[in-house]
Design a protein. Structure first.
Length: 174
């Protein structure tokens, strides 16, 4: 009975596979939105100011970072929680694939969120007259919360890894 329960629990990881396929769909949606943004950006070139150009480029970078974030979650999450991808010999396989553990994934996620938030905040600062002071204040506060969360998460991982290293290097008693 115990073996059956354990095998069922282990097999339940495959319930996550449709979620990762759904995230692939989300990447496709971001590609579509990117294409629409790029077309609108290119169409606006004749009347574009420097600020418009910078805002347009920032919007494209923002979408690109979000897609990169999704790919990191898809590859790392699938490999960490569902199954290894047998792509070691594929010429285009990213170097980091298979090496990003859950701890590194969390840090990459937070770093990506901070970058996306920073780009959004930069877009707000480029067009500051569209926002009232209270909105800008909350955007800055939220961005700072993301940064502080990232630093605290990195510090907790560092402490946990240091503690693991200390346990391994302690001489045996006796």
């Amino acid at each position: 009975m115990e073996r059956l329960i354990e095998q069922t629990l282990f097999a339940s990881r495959w319930l996550l596979a449709p979620m990762y396929l759904g995230l692939v769909g989300a990447v496709a949606i971001l590609v579509w939105i990117f294409a629409l943004e790029l077309i609108a950006f290119a169409a606006a070139i004749p009347a574009m100011t420097v600020d418009d150009a910078i805002l347009g480029v920032l919007a494209l970078i923002d979408l690109s970072l979000a897609a990169n974030l999704l790919l990191i979650v898809i590859f790392s999450g699938y490999e960490n929680f569902v199954s290894r991808m047998d792509l070691e010999t594929h010429v285009d396989r990213p170097d980091w694939q298979g090496e990003v553990d859950f701890s590194a994934l969390k840090l990459k996620l937070v770093a990506s969120i901070v970058a996306i938030s920073g780009i959004h905040l930069l877009k707000v600062f480029m067009d500051v007259t569209r926002y009232d002071t209270e909105q800008i204040r909350w955007m800055v506060i939220i961005h700072l919360v993301f940064i502080i969360s990232g630093v605290l998460l990195a510090a907790m991982d560092w402490i946990a890894n240091s503690a693991k290293g200390m346990k391994r290097s302690k001489p045996a008693k006796g």
